[in-house]
Structures are given as structure tokens and as C-alpha cells.
Design a protein around this ligand. Structure first.
Ligand code: GRF
Length: 219
């Protein structure tokens, strides 16, 4: 049994992915402990979820800082004060400088609502609809210095229907996000992720693969 890994979760909004991680820990599916939740918005509903759970919830508003580096320095200090081992970006709408990324090498995960490398950036679901793709999905990846880029850990696919709106597609993808984010973190907690030549090797993947592979029809 792996020992619980210490998470710092960064949010900006509703925090449904945060909730999925909380639930997975409570259900014994994720061997992790959330040490701190940080939001760069004071009105993020995810803060309420964190406090309801008795978790330390910190608000750091970037406008209170003179520069990006000053903001990130304070954020790094907060994460280190709580002995965070893995930084989990869960709807955190702020770009990081290399300074932040290099402080947590291969220890920052992000979830993106598209099958990367397709549709990085904002409004990924809208981009998918505009391009008329038949399949989209969600990607959990390690964060590197490019936007929505870095070694891919887990993906899940969903169908895109002709009558989909941005909302309906987002909801279908979000359901899969809630499933794969805890799984990706659990793989990390178990020490099963190795990055080799910018690719993630999942050790003992045979056991894991069947559990995570979803054909779009079943979404
Ligand atoms: C998710 O779709 C995530 O992929 C994107 O922002 C959304 C956050 O949702 N980066 P929530 O705050 O976890 O509900």
C-alpha cells in the first residue's frame, strides 16, 4: 500500500474536480491527503467545498502582488509550508512562469478538456465544436513550460454529437475528468509514473489499461 501523497490543489472556479478528488480519497480509491487548496479568486465555489471539508483554503489574488514573480513566490511558499509533494491544477486559470514550473519539476499535474495535443488553450470545447471533430475528451498531463503541454498521463474520449452545444459537450467531458484525475494522481502516488523522453511510462499498465480505456460509445 502506497503512503498518502500530500497534495496542493489550485483552483479558480467551481471546483468539481477538487470535489472528485475529495470523494476518491474518502472512498479509499486515492491514497492522498489534500494539505491545502489555493484559489486566485475569492469567489471560487471550490473554496466553499474545501472549507466544508475542513481543508485549509487560501486565497491569493494576483492583483495584490506587484509582479507575476511576487505572486508565484508567495504561492510557492504556501505550497512548501504545507509540505506539498504534488501540485494539482484543477481549473486554475492562470499561467505560470518557468520559475514556478522549475520549483516543482515533474510534480505539477493539469487537466485539460480536450484530447491534447488537440485544442490547447482556452475554450477547448468550443474549438472542438468549431472544427467538427467527432471525438473529444479530457487529458491529464504533467505541466511543462508550454501551455497545455507536457507528458500525457491519462486520457478519456467522449463522442461529439451534431446537436451538441458548448455546455452539453463540456458536461460530458467533465464527467470523464472526474473519473480520470483521481486515477492519474493515484498512479503518481503509487510511484508508477516515469517520464522518459517526454513520454509517460505507466508501470504495470496492463492492469490499469482495461480499467481506464473507454470507447466513446460508452460515455
Ligand atoms: C475543467 O473543465 C478543467 O478541465 C478546466 O476547467 C474546468 C474546471 O472545472 N481546466 P472545475 O472547477 O473543476 O469544476
Amino acid at each position: 500500500m502506497a503512503s498518502p501523497i500530500s497534495l496542493g490543489i489550485l483552483i479558480s472556479g467551481s471546483g468539481t474536480n477538487l470535489q472528485a478528488i475529495i470523494d476518491a480519497i474518502e472512498q479509499g480509491e486515492l491514497t492522498a491527503a489534500i494539505r491545502v487548496v489555493v484559489s486566485n479568486r475569492s469567489d471560487a465555489y471550490g473554496l466553499t467545498r474545501a472549507r466544508r471539508q475542513g481543508l485549509p483554503a487560501v486565497v491569493l489574488l494576483h492583483k495584490d502582488f506587484s509582479s507575476r514573480e511576487a505572486f508565484e513566490t508567495e504561492l510557492i511558499k504556501t505550497l512548501q509550508d504545507y509540505h506539498v509533494e504534488l501540485v494539482v491544477l484543477a481549473g486554475f486559470m492562470r499561467l505560470f512562469s518557468p520559475f514556478f514550473i522549475r520549483t516543482f519539476p515533474q510534480r505539477i499535474m493539469n487537466i485539460h478538456p480536450a484530447l491534447l495535443p488537440a485544442f490547447p488553450g482556452t475554450h477547448a470545447q468550443r474549438q472542438a465544436l468549431e472544427r467538427g471533430v467527432r471525438i473529444s475528451g479530457a487529458t491529464v498531463h504533467f505541466v511543462d513550460e508550454e501551455i497545455d503541454h507536457g507528458p500525457i498521463i491519462v486520457q478519456a474520449a467522449v463522442p461529439v454529437y451534431p446537436d451538441d452545444s458548448e455546455e452539453s459537450l463540456s458536461a460530458r467531458i467533465l464527467t470523464q475528468e472526474h473519473r480520470i484525475y483521481p486515477q492519474a494522481i493515484q498512479l503518481f502516488a503509487e510511484g508508477r509514473l516515469e517520464i522518459r523522453h517526454d513520454k509517460v511510462i505507466v508501470h504495470n499498465e496492463a492492469r490499469f489499461f482495461a480499467a481506464t480505456l473507454r470507447s466513446p460509445e460508452s460515455a
